[in-house]
Design a protein around this ligand. Structure first.
Ligand code: 4AD
Length: 571
């Protein structure tokens, strides 16, 4: 038999093999593993030589080996006992399952007729027998009592199953996300306990409508908090079943209703402009093009031009319509498709426009906070939310440039072709802002975060803005500026973009020319100036950005039902 080696300092009983290259650490372990008759050589450390251990060392080691053997036996016994218990438990469960199949529930017709209700409408039905259907949101089995938290979109309901109703095969094999119908008496929760709505359903009859798989394919194996973002994006249809994601979508619905109420109360009429168009609004670079019966067409970037055409027939108007931007922006505030709330107002001044935007936003937020259900959602998602104070701060573009420079907020320098200039290490060269520069997203975000309140940033140079914006008469110094305004919110940045529009036909033709736009397909927009022009203006608000601000979401992607961004149009 080969000689076994022990090195008391560098050897290891865990990873060693008893060879010279990988010695054990203790004599006891060597004897325990290879038996007392093996030849063993041992040394204190690498500075000494391998020698036969002394008799007394061997004696001590044998005792140690006996101890190890006892330990091993004990562990073996324990494992056997556990395996036996497990198999008994399995058998017991199997038997219980078999038994459970014999229990068949039937609804007791002598009980009062159950009233079918959505969870959200249950409160007036306390003490009555009710019937509720939904998805098993949470499931807990405690001393033969099964607690289900049922979800139906209108709310959550705690349901208690005990006795026979908790012993059926369906009860014992129930899984999360299964659909069930539960019938029972609605009772206030016992003192000291809490449950959604303050009541619980004491179930006397129930059935599974659609069982959700368990095991490998169980819901929580498909998706859980640790799932990586790309999986969460693929499984958005399952993500929205979650408490946070669904709360955001509920708040979104409340937000849209609230906006509509605020706008209608200001005599704006809702219209529905087309999504398939043949004109651009915000520049050709972000247009999604498609073939429309052999003609080029686009998905709309903004419904503004159509809203303008409604003024003479319908007065002030608004729409809530999808807008599409083919921007290759992977930021937390850009989507390829977003919900655009746009409004257009006739016979107004630039100041009226800003007052209107501020009024609509504050009114909408006040409505949301006055409604217990939407106020609850805001509290759940953004506990520190406080409504913004009026008036909003107004900062001109020129003053904002000075502010950025005073606060040392620089931007990346670009060469004449628009490429970022980098140093030898590849870091971008940072420079101060100058009047005429675009204020990039990063700088804008830092500014809003430092200011900490909503800010109207107004009067951008015409060069930086869309063709339709009204110019401010200047005294010949500095760039030609526009009656344009962005509303910036802390944490998100720009949420509204608006302006006064060119009302004069000649000025509009000059603007088409400057932007290299062929006026022909815009004949209907131009006619607006020809047949009774008026001073008018409007704005577009990004609903997802507004919601990200209101609900304190990290990205607009959480604020859209099925968000689209570059490379993502599924599900
Ligand atoms: O500033 P924008 O491009 O303005 C317009 O489209 C005007 N025609 C609107 C009008 O005056 N009727 O866009 C308006 C708002 C932005 O402030 C932003 O909130 C949102 O639309 N927005 C986007 N939201 C998400 N993803 C994108 N890619 C967005 N682009 C603009």
């Amino acid at each position: 038999m080969a000689t076994i080696y022990v090195d008391e300092s560098s050897g290891s009983d865990e990873t060693g093999k008893g060879t010279q290259e990988a010695p054990y650490q203790t004599l006891a372990f060597a004897i325990f593993t290879h038996g007392p008759t093996t030849t063993i050589l041992s040394r204190k450390d690498a500075a000494t030589t391998y020698e036969e251990p002394t008799q007394s060392a061997l004696k001590k080691a044998k005792k140690g080996a006996d101890g190890l053997e006892k330990k091993r036996k004990k562990a073996e016994e324990l494992a056997e006992r556990e395996a036996k218990e497990k198999s008994e438990e399995r058998e017991r469960k199997q038997k219980l399952l078999e038994e459970s199949k014999k229990i068949v529930l039937s609804e007791d017709s002598s009980l009062p007729k159950a009233i079918k209700s959505k969870i959200g409408n249950l409160t007036p039905l306390r003490a009555k027998r009710v019937r509720a259907s939904g998805w098993v949101h949470r499931l807990r089995d405690q001393n033969k009592i099964i607690f289900i938290v049922l979800r139906d979109g209108t709310g959550y309901l705690q349901c208690v199953l005990s006795g026979q109703v908790a012993q059926t095969y369906e009860a014992l094999t129930l899984t999360l996300e299964s659909t069930v119908e539960l019938v029972g008496t609605l009772q206030p929760v016992p003192e000291g306990k809490t449950a959604p709505g303050g009541h619980e359903l004491i179930v006397d009859y129930w059935k599974v409508l659609g069982a959700s798989p368990g095991g490998e394919d169980a819901f929580t194996n498909r998706l859980n908090e640790k799932s990586d973002p790309s999986i969460q994006a693929d499984l958005r249809h399952l993500v929205i079943r979650g408490e946070t994601a669904s709360a955001v979508l509920k708040l979104r619905a409340a937000l849209l209703s609230s906006f509509r109420e605020s706008l209608v109360s200001r005599d704006l009429l809702e219209v529905t402009p087309p999504c398939m168009v043949q004109t651009q609004v915000e520049g050709g670079a972000t247009l999604f093009k498609f073939d429309y019966y052999g003609q080029p067409a686009f998905l709309t970037q903004s419904s503004q031009l159509y809203l303008e055409t409604c003024l003479p027939s319908l007065g002030d108007v608004f729409c809530v319509q999808e807008s599409f931007r083919a921007e290759n922006s992977h930021t937390r505030r850009h989507l390829s498709e977003y919900t655009h709330l746009e409004a257009e107002l006739a016979f107004i001044t630039f100041d009226d426009l800003m007052n209107h935007i501020e009024g609509v936003i504050c009114d909408t937020v006040a409505r949301l906070l006055a409604n217990p259900s939407s106020a609850g959602l805001i509290k759940q998602l953004n506990p520190n939310f406080t409504a913004p104070a009026r008036p909003f701060r107004r900062l001109s573009y020129v003053d904002a440039i000075a502010w950025l420079n005073e606060h040392g907020i620089q931007h990346e320098a670009e060469d004449a072709d628009g490429n970022v200039i980098r140093d030898e290490q590849g870091n971008p060269k940072m420079v101060d802002h100058a009047v005429g520069d675009d204020i990039a997203e990063a700088a804008e975000r830092r500014m809003t975060d430092i200011l900490g309140t909503p800010v109207f940033l107004y009067g951008f140079p015409a060069e930086l803005k869309a063709f339709y914006m009204k110019k401010i008469q200047n005294n010949g110094s500095g760039p030609v500026c526009t009656e344009s305004v962005d509303l910036l919110m802390p944490g998100v940045g720009e949420i509204v973009g608006g302006s006064m529009r060119i009302a004069d036909t000649e000025e509009l033709f000059a603007a088409y020319k400057r932007e290299g736009i062929d006026p022909t397909p815009y004949y209907w927009f131009t006619d607006q100036r020809k047949y009774g022009t008026c001073e008018h203006g409007g704005y577009g608000l990004g609903v997802e950005r507004f919601l990200a601000w209101l609900a304190n979401r990290y990205t607009v992607r959480e604020c859209s039902l099925y968000p689209r961004w570059p490379g993502r149009a599924t599900p």
